[in-house]
Design a protein around this ligand. Sequence first.
Ligand code: SAH
Length: 252
Amino acid sequence: MKRHGPMSCLLCATMISVVAILTGGCNSRGGQASESVAPDWKMQRENMVSQQIEARGVKGPLVLESMRTVPRHLFVPENYRDSAYNDSPLPIGDSQTISQPYIVALMSELLEVQSGEKVLEIGTGSGYQAAVLASMGVEVRSIEIRERLCERAASTLSELGYESVRVRCADGYGGWPEEAPFDGIIVTAAPEWIPDPLLEQLAEGANMVIPVGDFYQELKVITRTAEGFEERSVIPVRFVPMTGEVERQGTP
Ligand code: SAH
């Protein structure tokens, strides 16, 4: 028993110093610990692409690379950043939403555009879809009807250096005739019918990707051919309604 006394004390002393070292270590590592729990956005994007986008069949290398690169979390309001790479749409203010990542990727792929071509987007929203296209090397002209969203998106895009995107604050019903024809048109708000000016501004051989409908909407691809237009439905979708002139004119 006697022999255990000093041994125990030695053990005590050792344990105390171990605790002290650990405590010190914890404190000094406090900064590192909080850094290491800071979100790894790049890894979140990798997972988003493999689990939500590639897994559902989007294959275009340009689209996938762009989805791996564009910082989606910087296009959503700060309080939604942690959910930025979730498999869902998110609110961006003014009762509008940024689309689910898979839908952004799918629509970008359905456009079938190449680097250097020019695309018109109706419904800039957060600016994220425009950034994804810009990161594919596409020249983007994007129109947003809501002033506040329009200004915010324009400043996010310019702060992040997306110089090939030009944003106009207006009703997109009439398109952007000065910049037509377009090698692709992407509409990210749903009209009940397709505005003629947008069809007119589509180049021959180009695709328009557009959700059409009221409550029940179909994502459609309209291709301009030498003879006219071909139309196909891709999947059922749910977008915010296109407002402005198309709404004023009502159901056809
Ligand atoms: N593409 C966006 C999401 C768009 S949400 C993104 O990546 O975040 C749809 C947007 O379309 C909304 O911001 C809405 O204000 C806008 N919108 C609705 N009707 C419009 C119209 N007639 N012209 C231009 N924008 C319109």
